[in-house]
Design a protein around this ligand. Structure first.
Ligand code: ADP
Ligand code: MG
Length: 185
């Protein structure tokens, strides 16, 4: 089954956290088919915290939506230093945005993600890799939902290979080998 996942981080070294999360997902047998660029995004709904780094992944797995949610929570627990308030700062957040045309409504899981269509930090990277994906409840595609989004918060695309050095949340040093770089110090 194909899913779209939303990743976000604004604590520690966000780029490294996203990379670790991708590696964790892969280690669970979840195949990453497509990955958006990284985006620097203005916090929504909980001000006074650092900007986030967000990324959307298209993945393939035999896991059910609930199994995938449990896997995401396990990864979050292993990477998250302490619980975070809703919309608050966190080292990693993994949300299930879409599960193809499936609709899930249970106390622990709602898919499509209920806030998908009102968050540019999700819509912009999702529209980058899946503009034609159809939201099965809204019956509109992602490009149209982005055009209709009421969100005015800022979302800035980070060009590939300039991730290193974003730990402080500003500026970027270029790295010729973002994947495997020597340990510093
Ligand atoms: P948020 O992502 O809203 O900032 P959390 O990551 O702490 O907050 O998630 C809160 C709860 O949302 C999770 O425990 C999970 O059970 C629930 N949830 C419901 N639908 C989804 C979804 N589509 N993806 C991820 N979590 C979801
Ligand atoms: Mg979440």
């Amino acid at each position: 089954m194909i899913y779209h996942l939303g990743l976000g981080s604004n604590l520690g070294d966000p780029a490294k956290n996203l990379e670790r999360a991708r590696r964790f997902l892969a280690s669970k047998g979840i195949v990453i088919l497509r990955a958006s660029a990284l985006y620097r995004t203005e916090p929504v709904g909980f001000s006074g915290q650092p900007w986030f780094l967000n990324q959307v992944l298209e993945v393939e797995t035999g896991l059910s939506p609930w199994e995938l949610l449990n896997t995401a929570k396990t990864i979050e627990k292993r990477m998250r230093r302490r619980p975070a308030p809703p919309d608050g700062p966190r080292s990693i957040d993994i949300d299930i945005l879409l599960a193809g045309s499936a609709v899930v409504r249970s106390p622990s899981l709602t898919v499509p993600h209920p806030k998908l269509e009102e968050r540019n930090f999700v819509l912009v990277p999702l529209a980058e890799i899946a503009p034609g994906a159809v939201h099965p409840v809204r019956r509109a595609n992602i490009a149209d939902l982005l055009r209709a989004s009421p969100d005015r918060s800022r979302v800035e695309k980070i060009e590939a290979r300039t991730y290193t050095g974003l730990g402080a949340g500003r500026g970027a040093r270029s790295s010729p080998a973002a994947k495997k770089r020597p340990r510093s110090g």
